[in-house]
Ligand binder design. Structure first.
Ligand code: ATP
Ligand code: MG
Ligand code: MG
Length: 548
């Protein structure tokens, strides 16, 4: 596989190793287990694992589980599965909650140094007193408590003597700092909630800005890579490491998060789609989750190539969703067997073909990859073609079937439409055609030409199948006009049609991928497919206007 080219983080690591600032590197992927991972997380996973890999370092998978109310072991398990599926093996697996005791002790150290205090102000009061960019903050009335008082109050917080919100522990830094993050940030809050890992042991929980640097330092992480919104938090990150007197000193670096057009990229919002049953679960193929993309039929390789190609930047941008589609087409082009599927069938009777005769036609499995060999396709008197491939009154330049016109059946013969059979409502339900035995595919026939080639399946042996066709779940996500992403849900994001596939893929297994001639790439849905009932998810159509 092609590894991504140079990026600013590689340059930093390279320098740090050369200068002896570090003698090995450790990165981490630190998800909060409050939802399933999405394609944005994939970018971070690939970045962290490949950066360490390139410099023979290590990568930790660490669950940043400091917020009991929203976290769950279901999410822990799904995250592990997704990271593995993407193709990465963590060197160590950690839970931030395993460090709660150490974090508590470091907070006690801060109090003893006069660098932290128990504060009685409410969340709203704290927000008000922190001031604005142009206006300095004001100290809380609790700011001048003595060390003894603070030690006692913090211990009582831990013991559960106060209700949620009644007290917090704050760092004592600088209420006039131009960086609002440094205006006595909250380090601990009270939450009487059961934690997925520590149960009811704790009722105080560390805040992200306090916990994260400690987690990194405890594990010996050298390069702690996060998204740009945390750039202003870096001074606080360094403050925590320094004032808590951590032995190992990690450094934070920021890169631009991945945004994709018409794609919701936030666990909170994705959870709302699941909870409100807009989709049928986190792994619904319309979801930009790793599990949704996998179920739709995306391969780990395509996602890795995509992440490498978009690169690692220092400025935010939005990637066209067509780019992701481009990479799955590229990946499957040589791998996926090609076959014919009729999604919306119309019966065709070939009146001059002998009854009770079935012949086997040979076709390449993948004309772009001849090593895949050939397959046998049955052909007989009755076949199905696509309803769209017939027009009773053809528009201009229509080269498919219409009364009196001749087309090529892919891998078979020319057929000509002679008659139409309609039901009592006037709907066309059958075509009566004739074929020309001289025109057999592969025979070298050059007698005359036809303009259209259409696909088909043999009616006597066709295997019924369900096809799920997807459109974007969100249309023009634009929250600037005051609307929410929930106001932009596409009501037609899923269309289900029933048709037929060639008999030679009857035994297709969940997650097997095919290219259906003219229709695109499809994946056997692992949830809805059962023995005797094949369900295919369309991964992507064949055509693309996207150019790299
Ligand atoms: P969300 O808001 O979707 O929950 P998050 O950043 O809160 O995202 P975490 O579980 O904290 O989710 O993220 C784990 C790691 O993934 C973090 O290091 C974070 O920076 C990174 N990450 C999350 N979203 C993106 C994204 N869109 N692009 C790149 N990295 C991301
Ligand atoms: Mg987070
Ligand atoms: Mg989040």
């Amino acid at each position: 596989e092609n590894k991504s080219s140079s990026n600013f983080l590689k340059n930093i690591v390279n320098e740090d190793l050369k200068s002896g600032k570090v003698d090995h590197i450790i990165t981490r992927f630190p998800p909060e287990p409050n939802g399933y991972l999405h394609i944005g997380h994939a970018k971070s996973i690939i970045l962290n694992f490949e950066l360490a890999d390139e410099f023979k370092g290590k990568t930790h998978l660490r669950f940043d589980d400091t917020n009991p109310a929203k976290e769950d072991t279901e999410y822990v398990e799904s995250i592990k599965e997704d990271v593995s599926w993407l193709g990465y093996e963590w060197d160590e697996l950690f839970f931030a909650s395993d460090y709660f005791e150490e974090m508590y002790n470091r907070a006690v150290l801060l109090i003893k140094k006069g660098k932290a205090y128990a504060c009685d102000s409410t969340a709203e009061e704290i927000r008000q007193m922190r001031g604005t960019l142009t206006e300095a903050g004001q100290g809380s009335p609790s700011r001048d408590r003595t060390v003894e008082e603070n030690l006692e109050l913090f211990e009582r917080m831990r013991k559960g003597e106060f209700k949620d919100g009644e007290k917090v522990l704050r760092a004592k830094i600088d209420m006039a700092s131009p960086n609002i993050n440094m205006r006595d940030p909250v380090l601990y809050r009270i939450a009487h909630a059961t934690h997925h890992n520590t149960g009811d042991t704790w009722c105080i929980y560390p805040m992200y800005d306090y916990a994260h640097p400690l987690e990194d330092a405890i594990e010996g992480v050298t390069h702690s890579i996060c998204t740009l919104e945390f750039e202003d938090h870096r001074p606080l990150y360094d403050w925590v490491i320094r004032e808590c007197e951590m032995e190992k000193v990690p450094h934070q670096y920021e890169f631009a998060r991945l945004n994709i057009t018409n794609t919701v990229m936030s666990k909170r919002k994705l959870k709302q789609l699941v909870d409100d049953k807009v989709v049928d679960g986190w792994d619904d193929p319309r979801m930009p989750t790793i599990s949704g993309l996998r179920r739709k039929g995306y391969t780990a390789e395509a996602i890795r190539t995509f992440a490498r190609e978009i690169g690692v930047a220092k400025a935010d941008s939005v990637v066209d969703s067509k780019m992701l589609e481009h990479f799955i087409r590229e990946d499957l082009k040589l791998k996926a067997p090609r076959t014919m599927a009729v999604l919306e069938p119309l019966k065709v009777v070939i009146t001059n073909y002998p009854e009770d005769q079935v012949e086997m036609l040979e076709a390449e499995i993948n004309p772009e990859n001849l090593e895949m060999g050939t397959r046998q396709i049955p052909f007989s008197r009755e076949i199905y073609i696509e309803q769209d491939d017939f027009a009773e009154n053809p528009p201009a330049k229509y080269h498919r079937l219409f009364p009196g016109n001749e087309v090529r059946l892919k891998n078979a013969y020319f057929i000509k439409c002679n008659d139409i059979v309609k039901d009592e409502t006037g709907k066309v339900i059958e075509l009566r055609c004739t074929y020309d035995p001289e025109t057999k595919s592969g025979s070298g026939f050059t007698g005359r030409k036809v303009k259209g080639t259409i696909h088909w399946v043999d009616a006597s042996q066709a295997v019924p199948a369900e096809f799920r066709l997807y459109e974007p779940l969100i249309l023009d996500e634009d929250e600037e006009d005051g609307t929410s992403f929930m106001d932009h849900i596409n009501p037609n994001s899923l269309e289900i049609v029933y048709g037929y596939v060639e008999p030679n893929i009857q035994e297709a297994k969940p997650q097997e991928k095919f290219q259906f001639f003219r229709h695109g790439y499809f994946n056997v849905d692992p949830l809805h497919s059962t023995q005797g009932h094949l369900v295919f998810n369309r991964i992507v159509s064949l055509k693309s206007s996207f150019e790299l």
